[in-house]
Write a protein of this length. Structure first.
Length: 256
């Protein structure tokens, strides 16, 4: 399985200065009119740069981080350049509720990640954005687990659409998310089981999932719920459970 590395940062981690941004990134930031967009973009770039510095074993001084630039491809997907040269890695970014996440893996792979808050969703939202199989799974799920399942299914879609480099330009019903029982993970043929009660999963452990695009193309990934946030990661080739970069990032900060 392919290794994918994961880092999260919060708004409390951000410095007041912008000297860790490249000149072109500072220009782009200055052009953002809306405060939320400004804050989310800045936090995402900060998180990505620290993830890349840890993954590539680079220093994390502000001037070094300024040499790491995350640009947007025509599809909107993030692409990494170091000293104006492609960095040879694949990344995905997400932010929610003052937290940002970055997933990093090797060049040539496809990866998508997403953060979601577990909260109620209305019936109209379910009817408009979820595939028939997903709606049937929701109907079979207890009221106590419904919000968790909805967050998982929606987050899995967001991650898969990033893998497809399409985002929400595609019909969200074209991707079907299947929570996979750990005992069945690996055969690629198991039918989607009902989501078990949260207490039946190991606390804070990453759990497997599948996403099927247009009924044919199968992607694999993982999800994790810690109570405050739900996280998903989907990738191709098939990924192992995400590996935390937090310790490496902390070590790099202490060294600086």
């Amino acid at each position: 399985m392919m290794d994918v590395f994961w880092l999260e940062q919060s708004e409390a981690d951000l410095p007041a200065e912008n000297d860790w941004l490249s000149a072109s990134e500072r220009l782009r930031l200055d052009g953002m009119r809306f405060a939320k967009r400004h804050a989310d973009w800045r936090l995402g770039r900060w998180t990505a740069k620290h993830a890349l510095a840890a993954y590539l074993h680079l220093p994390s001084h502000p001037q070094d981080l300024a040499g790491i630039e995350i640009r947007s491809a025509p599809s909107g997907a993030p692409e990494v350049f170091i000293a104006n040269q492609p960095a040879g890695v694949a990344i995905s970014l997400s932010h929610r509720g003052g937290v940002a996440a970055c997933a990093v893996t090797l060049s040539g792979a496809q990866v998508g990640c997403d953060l979601e808050i577990v909260e109620p969703r209305c019936d109209a939202f379910i009817a408009d954005y979820f595939a028939t199989e997903e709606q049937e799974l929701i109907e079979r799920t207890s009221a106590a687990d419904r919000s968790l399942l909805l967050a998982l299914l929606w987050s899995g879609k967001e991650s898969a659409l990033k893998v497809l480099r399409a985002g929400l330009t595609l019909d969200t019903r074209s991707v079907t998310v299947r929570p996979v029982a750990p005992a069945l993970h690996g055969d690629g043929r198991a039918q989607a089981p009902a989501l078990a009660a949260p207490g039946s999963y190991a606390p804070k452990a990453w759990q497997p999932l599948q996403v099927v695009y247009e009924g044919e193309q199968v992607f694999h990934g993982w999800w994790q719920n810690t109570g405050d946030l739900l996280r998903t990661m989907v990738a191709s080739p098939r990924p192992a459970a995400p590996i935390s970069l937090e310790a490496a990032a902390l070590s790099a900060r202490c060294a600086s």
